[in-house]
Structures are given as C-alpha cells and as structure tokens.
Design a protein around this ligand. Sequence first.
Ligand SMILES: Cc1cc2nc3c(=O)[nH]c(=O)nc-3n(C[C@H](O)[C@H](O)[C@H](O)COP(=O)(O)OP(=O)(O)OC[C@H]3O[C@@H](n4cnc5c(N)ncnc54)[C@H](O)[C@@H]3O)c2cc1C
Length: 489
Amino acid sequence: MNKRKRAVVIGAGLGGMALALRLAAKGWEVCICERSATPGGKMNRWSAEGFTFDTGPSLITMPDVFQELYQVSGTDMREHIELMALTRQVHYTFDDGTKCCQSASLPEWLDTVRRFEGQTDGFMKYMELGARLHAISKSTFFARSPIEPPGKETLGVLSSMPLLRGWGNYHKEMCHYIKSPYLRMIFDRYMTYVGSSPYKTPGTLCVVPYIEYAQGGWHVRGGLYEIIRSFLNLMETLGVELRLNAPVAEIAHSGKRVKGVRLENGDRIDADVVIMNGDASTAGLLLGREGYRAYPPEERSLSGLIFLFALKNRHSDWHHHQVLFSKDYPKEFSQLFDERCFPDDPTIYVNMPSITDRSLTPGDGEVMFVMANAPANEKVRWDAEGIESARQRVLKRLQASGFPDFEHEIVVSDVWTPARMEQTYDMPGGAIYGRNSHGKKNAFIRPFNKDLRFKGMYFVGGSTHPGGGTPTVLMSARITGNLIEKNER
Ligand SMILES: Cc1cc2nc3c(=O)[nH]c(=O)nc-3n(C[C@H](O)[C@H](O)[C@H](O)COP(=O)(O)OP(=O)(O)OC[C@H]3O[C@@H](n4cnc5c(N)ncnc54)[C@H](O)[C@@H]3O)c2cc1C
C-alpha cells in the first residue's frame, strides 16, 4: 500500500486552512502549526460583555469561490454558513455633506450615477472593461501561478486583452470614464481593498470594483469568523491535525529538498512538503537562506488603525457599512505612502454588522468597527500618545461628517494598531496585504506559490500570488493545491 504523503502548513490563516482542506480531501496527511492560541489569522474574532466583533474582514465578495472550496471538501456551503446579501451595500458621506448609497439594485444605483454624472454611459463602459478583464483573469491570473508556462488556452485569452485603458494608471484610467469628483472618490477607494493607492496601481485593477458591482457584497450570520469555525469542523472531518501555540522556528532541509519543520519548543515534524501561510517574506529566515532580505518598508501595503466599540443602545436607523471621506484624498494617500505617517484627515470606514445581524449583540446595543488606513508600521509610534493623537483625528472626521456622537454609550472597547497586527500575525509592519500593488511588477508578479530553490517548499495566502482579500486567498489555496498535486504525487 502507498504511504500517504505528508504536508505541514505553517499558519492557520484562511489560506492555510483552505489548502489543508484541499490536500486532506485528496488523501494527504496534513498538519497545521499555528503560532497563536486561536486559528484564523487576520480573520479574527473578539468577544466581550456579550458583544461579538470580527476584528479583520467585514465584507465577503465572490461567494462562488467559497462554495467551490466547500464542494471540494465534500459538502455544501449552505450547510455550514449563512450568507446574508446586503441590499444597501455602502453609505458614503463626502466632506461637503453630500451623501449617497451604493445600492445592490442596478436601477437604483444607476439613478445615483445619473444624479452625479448626468448620464450612465461612462459607468457602464467602465464596468464593461472590468467584465472583460475579469473574464481574462479568471482563466489566467486567478487560475494559475506565474511560474507555470501558459497553455494555448491562456495565450488565446491574453490575445483578446483590452490593451487600451487596461494598462495605464488606475486613477487616470478610471477618470476617463467617471467624471464626478464624488464617484471618483468612491472608485479610488477600491484600491484600498488591495492595500494600495489608486494613484500608483495599474488600471487593470478595475476588476475590483467590477466584481463588487456585478456580484454584490455579503455578511455571514454570526460574523465572518463563522467561516473559520466551519473550516475547523471540516478539518476535523477530514482528519487535519491542528497544533495551536506552535510557532515554527525553522524549515528543515537537506540539500535543496525541504524535510519538515522544527517548532520553537524543539519538536520536529517531518513532511514531504512544507507550505508557508505566514507572510511569504518571512520564510527566508526560517529556511536560513543566505543573504535573505524582506521587501523594503516602502513596498508594504496599507495597515490600519481599528477601534472596536460596543454601544449600549440600538440604532436601527444607522447603516451597516459607511464611509466618511476626507476632504483631500490625494493628500491622504500621499501621507500614507510617501510621508508614511497617519493622515491629518483620515477617511473613516464604519462597519456596524449588528444593523443586519442581531446575533452579534446581547440585547439592545450595537457592534461598531471603526477603521482608518494607516501606513504599515515603521515611523509612527503606536504608544498611548500616538493612539490618542490618531483617535482625535478619527473623531474629528466623524464629527465633521455629521456622524452622531456615541462616546457616552460605549460599554467596552478595544484598539488594533499596525504594531499590534505586526506582533499578533508576524507580518512585516502589520501590512495587511503583504507587498503593495503599486506598478505592474508588484501588482502582477507577487511572490510565487512555489519556491524556486527548495523542492517541496510552497506558499499560500494574501502575501503570495494572486494576492490578498478573502476570495483571492482562497484562489491562492486552489493554485498552490494544484501545483502540489502536479509536482509532488
Ligand atoms: C482589518 C482587516 C480588514 C480586512 N477586511 C477585509 C474585507 O473586508 N474583505 C476581505 O476579503 N478581506 C479583508 N481583509 C483581508 C483578509 O483578512 C486577508 O487577506 C486574509 O484573511 C489573509 O489570509 P492568509 O491566508 O494570508 O493568512 P493570515 O491571516 O495572514 O494568517 C497567517 C497565519 O500564519 C501564522 N504564522 C505566521 N508565521 C508563523 C510561524 N512562523 N509559525 C506558525 N504560524 C505562523 C500567523 O499567526 C497567522 O495566523 C482584511 C484584513 C484585515 C486585517
């Protein structure tokens, strides 16, 4: 009888768990070693006084990518999690008091576009470009690792690439279609979904807004961490071993072949393949690679400053997702990426999932997640003084945008800084999406899913190809799983 092949995954983030499920479903013996006491990585949860908070992702897109993973694991997504479609996706407030709502209903949204643009042609043409690029990415960028030679099919698809308007700078290309300064801010913000600046990313990333407008945005009843809980159940069913509080200190190798890992406590786990789910740039250290260098701080994607507030009272007339824009968006991005400081006037994202999902509160209250983009940790000191100074700027923007005063209602609160994220998840600077997507090289040539020097060494997750964000990370698990099956069987 053939001995089962053994894989060790370093990190129980979304990508690590998804890959473990895929390999286990194919008959691999899989062990995940996670340095923290809880699984999920950035998809994390905090509970206090009966309030439940997601401390990481708050919006699910591309649910079909999630469904495919459940199917590969031998089940149906609907048996494990309940996706709740958001009919009013985001409420926006601009500095001059102008407001609008991004509705999931196309006629309603087109009315809004018409109000700002006087017509809807530009928006529709922009979506058409996004749709074409998305169709191409599905069978290329999102489906395979850049180290795999393109097949005939891929070359055929690439030859239909809309070169005009697809390759320039994201902001400039978008402005070709969208004329209203308000809608331009809305579209510029999508580049923060990949932790980047709209003024530095390539135009092809217009697939990001396209996906949201075409497929919608979703909440998971009970909070997004329910996805992690369901993965844990599936891992148990498929026999995946999970070791918590198990930091990997070294990836063992003999010559050019990896042999397993050594934990900080000295335990050795032998394996045929090792997969890094932690930040790809930290694997060099674990491999003891000579001349190892992490990417420089200026290439890091955005981090964030997050306040979690549990409120005493019910506010059913407030909104699930709100964005309160700063007065000067170019200046905000320049401060984040060029000066690398916390902005004077940050754009604020307020997520109140309890508006949609009452299971997150103990009674009348609300759960409130307030986030501002922040540079990945380097120059800013996130001590009590640094946090207080940033908090004052956040509160000032909330007030300037007419957000109701809520401070007297806070029952319990917590704060996540870039420094705390860096420490908790061992990611350089607390950069949420690994390297930023500035320029074509960073956007399209992300760290590969397979190591080119060490046989049996692979990568999965947001810091590797094809990039960060929950559905993209699941695609990364699919790509890496296929590579392992192809190369290691
Ligand atoms: C505040 C915030 C908001 C977000 N919002 C959204 C959103 O709305 N929608 C969306 O789609 N995405 C969002 N994201 C991004 C999304 O959460 C991530 O892209 C995704 O969860 C990353 O998964 P990953 O597989 O890369 O693993 P990670 O979450 O990075 O986990 C990696 C794991 O590896 C472990 N590890 C690292 N080194 C070692 C070691 N040496 N030994 C053992 N374990 C190790 C870490 O502890 C960690 O648990 C958000 C993220 C954050 C932080």
